[in-house]
Write a protein that binds this ligand. Structure first.
Ligand SMILES: Cc1ncc(COP(=O)(O)O)c(C=O)c1O
Length: 409
């Protein structure tokens, strides 16, 4: 019998993904410049003021270890199980009480949705409100992560100038009449990137405009509890009530790695947010929610925040002192009352992105300001973070930057 020789199977050519295989919104996403810069700033010997990282020396590692241990001992099977889309109820109650007490608003657990950091909260808001081509009214500059989150849903921006009192709300009328924005987005306390806090008068005016034109306000507030000088300003939510959607997070006051944030909003909006959240990831990490709830008991969170404030206050002052000592007169900067960032303005003709290469040669890193400007302006600005460096490195890093900036004059 003849055995017929089978022709060898032709190997399919290895599959190659082409741009048309991807959804345009995903394919066209730009990588965050901050992530790219962080790669440089991780090189040995570089003093980085680039990231927005909390000081790792201040993480409550032991307390989190003990909290995790208690969770596993007492609630192990529950904490490792699937949870509710809205979040772990005792943690939601804790957040509601804290936000209500600090912000002077009435809230219950029903008004809180726990998210995977406030970055996911921004994504949930984008999914819930935005259609391609919709405008978002925001500050110029504004938080880059919000621009990334909203841009995925096809947002365009109506950037409003800022001064030392935050967004110049008195300029919004013609912009709103022309572009009909779907949302107003602000970071009212110690803004990322500028460090500026919005004045009470401007907050009131923003709420008034929101009511007049029927546009919801997104009040993104990761830094509100980190105040080192001055006095608290009433929250936009306390002024605007139901129409204000406030975002919060434990990232800057406990740990960003745990990825626990929240949305505080009216019950009516919560129904939509809950369904959006459900189709995104079912629910936020249950174990991390239990651990945070265990950690915050008996005033531990307040004690921890007091420690953070003492340390960050010192770091902010050290940076301001060094800037006065080493920066040329042609450079100006903000003097924030809290948060993690300072904002620097170079002479008009300077290009902070180009200058970044000279900074890297001097082994010091910052984030150029342009990406925080949705209209591509701000080429002569940059952001400095003061929470993630030692006092010695702040002095030395600012001295190095002073050398870079003095070549500009
Ligand atoms: C203004 C603002 N919103 C949201 C976030 C996201 O924070 P997270 O997702 O860690 O809660 C940040 C982080 O730096 C921020 O500065």
């Amino acid at each position: 019998m003849m055995i017929e020789e089978k022709p060898a199977l032709a190997r399919p050519a290895p599959f190659k993904f082409e741009p048309h295989h991807f959804a345009p919104a995903a394919y066209n996403l730009e990588s965050s410049i901050i992530r790219d810069i962080l790669k440089f700033s991780n090189q040995p010997g570089v003093i980085s003021f680039a990231g927005g990282l909390p000081g790792p020396d201040l993480f409550p590692v032991e307390e989190i270890r003990e909290a995790a241990d208690r969770v596993l001992t007492h609630y192990g099977t529950k904490a490792l199980q699937y949870g509710l889309s809205m979040g772990y109820s005792p943690l939601r109650e804790f957040i509601a009480e804290r936000v209500a007490m600090r912000g002077g608003v009435q809230l219950s657990a029903d008004n809180i949705l726990v998210t995977s950091g406030s970055q996911q909260a921004l994504d949930v808001v984008g999914r819930a409100f935005l259609e391609p081509g919709n405008y978002v009214l925001c500050c110029r500059p504004t938080y880059l992560g919000a621009l990334q989150a909203f841009s995925f849903y096809g947002a365009r921006y109506a950037p409003i100038e800022m001064d030392n009192d935050g967004m110049m709300v008195e300029k919004v009328d013609p912009v709103i009449r022309e572009l009909h924005p779907r949302l107003m987005y602000v970071v009212p306390n110690f803004q990322n990137p500028s460090g500026i806090t919005m004045s009470e008068k401007r907050r009131q005016l923003l709420v008034q405009k929101s009511q007049q034109y029927g546009i919801p306000i997104i009040d993104d507030n990761p830094y509100g509890e980190l105040r080192y000088s001055g006095t608290d300003v009433p929250s936009i939510k306390s002024i605007g009530g139901q129409a204000v959607i406030q975002l919060g997070t434990f990232s800057k006051i406990i740990s960003p790695g745990l990825r626990i944030g929240w949305i505080a909003a009216s019950r009516q909006t919560m129904g939509v947010f809950e369904r959006v959240k459900q189709c995104t990831d079912l629910h936020t990490n249950e174990f991390a929610q239990y651990v945070i709830y265990e950690f915050v008991q008996n005033g531990a969170l307040d004690r921890h925040i007091e420690r953070l404030k003492v340390a960050y206050h010192e770091r902010r002052d050290a940076m301001l002192r060094a800037m006065s000592e080493f920066f040329p007169d042609t450079v100006t900067w903000t003097k924030p009352d809290g948060g993690l960032f300072l904002w620097v303005r170079l002479p008009e003709h300077a290009d902070a992105t180009q200058l970044f290469n000279s900074a890297i040669e001097e082994k010091v890193a910052y984030v150029p300001g342009k990406p925080f400007h949705p209209d591509g302006s701000g080429g002569n600005t940059l952001r400095l973070n003061f929470s993630n460096a030692s006092l010695e490195n702040i002095h030395e890093g600012i001295k190095r930057l002073g050398r870079v900036f003095s070549t500009l004059a």
